[in-house]
Design a protein around this ligand. Structure first.
Ligand SMILES: *[C@@H]1O[C@H](CO)[C@@H](O)[C@H](O)[C@H]1NC(C)=O
Ligand SMILES: *[C@@H]1O[C@H](CO)[C@@H](O)[C@H](O)[C@H]1NC(C)=O
Ligand SMILES: *[C@@H]1O[C@H](CO)[C@@H](O)[C@H](O)[C@H]1NC(C)=O
Length: 300
């Protein structure tokens, strides 16, 4: 039925009805999603206890902080946490419905992806060491536990590097059927859009989530910024965007917002975006002491 055949008043009320129907669907509202980073402090408790707390819907282990070197070496730095028990801990988290990802990059200087070849080599390393690969010579620190995702946390990188190649290769192994599994591809960016360290990779459009770090950055000295939030959410409509926050004033040099501010001033703004994903809390060590995520859980 063509609108032109309707009486004008009916056409107007039909248009109004359609607007009303479309309205609520365009705002995301709460998702209940809280991502936490784990692995930066030995005395933050185990991965298992982080998952058992019931506070988180994703845990990101950090960091795989050496790769892309010549000769090729890789290093997983978990701040002295023992890898004994990580196999069972990972499976426990997965049993509770909490995916466990591994983050590459971090604050060290030992990583880069200067060539496509180095990106593909890193993919092979990740796949065979932490995912579904079965190269018999690979040392698997977590045994047969198959992780759930890869996160890019790049403090130094340039457009000349090949994180886009890595992203594409990882997405080919996002196995949604059969014996395989979903591979959550995520990134933790600086707050100001765009973040050139990871832009090439994000522009593939295949990332599932971006955690925007509204802290530790002169551009976001006061924490969340609605203008930058708008830029991130508009730029990647098919990616879920998360509000990244420090769990206490000690967790970051700048950008801390108390739970009440987050609830009142930030989340209502962020949740207007249809691709609002949730909140990312940095990190488990500080969150365990402050109970920040406990205080915001019902509002995310
Ligand atoms: C690197 O790989 C990407 C994606 O596979 C490709 O588009 C690009 O041309 C490659 N670059 C070089 C220098 O080989
Ligand atoms: C190893 O993995 C490859 C590719 O996924 C598969 O074709 C092969 O059957 C596997 N081999 C074993 C021994 O599991
Ligand atoms: C964390 O805060 C929540 C909400 O106030 C509270 O229910 C919970 O008991 C707290 N947990 C701890 C360990 O203090």
């Amino acid at each position: 039925m063509a609108l032109t055949l309707l009486r004008p008043s009916l056409a107007v009320s039909l248009a109004l009805l359609l607007t009303l129907l479309a309205g609520p669907a365009s705002a995301q509202g709460k998702t209940g999603q809280v991502t936490v980073f784990w692995g930066r402090h030995k005395d933050e408790g185990s991965l298992r206890s982080a998952c058992d707390s019931g506070l988180y819907t994703m845990v990101i282990m950090s960091f795989l902080d050496v790769y892309g070197t010549t000769p090729t070496t890789y290093n997983l730095d978990l701040s002295g946490h023992s890898v004994a028990g990580m196999n069972a801990a990972t499976k426990r988290c997965q049993f509770l419905g909490v995916p466990v990802s591994i983050s590459i990059g971090g604050f060290g200087s030992g990583y880069s992806l200067p060539t496509n070849q180095s990106a593909l080599a890193l993919f092979d390393h990740l796949w065979n060491t932490y995912f579904g690969g079965n190269l018999t010579s690979a040392l698997r620190p977590f045994g047969d536990a198959w992780l759930d995702g890869v996160d890019m946390f790049l403090e130094h990188a340039t457009a000349a590097e090949h994180y886009d190649t890595l992203a594409v290769e990882l997405s080919k192994h996002n196995i949604r059927a059969g014996d395989g599994k979903l591979l959550h591809l995520t990134a933790a960016t600086h707050c100001k859009f765009p973040d050139d360290r990871v832009k090439e990779a994000l522009d593939t459009g295949i990332f599932e989530r971006i955690h925007v770090r509204f802290y530790d950055d002169p551009d976001c000295a006061a924490g969340f910024r609605g203008d930058e939030w708008g830029r991130w959410t508009n730029a990647y409509p098919f990616t879920k965007i998360y509000v990244g926050v420090p769990a206490s004033p000690q967790a970051a040099a700048s950008g801390y917002m108390d739970p009440a501010t987050l609830r009142r001033a930030v989340l209502p703004v962020a949740q207007k975006a249809s691709n609002y994903g949730g909140v990312m809390v940095w990190d488990r060590y500080f969150d365990k002491r402050s109970n920040y995520s406990g205080a915001i859980k019902n509002w995310v």
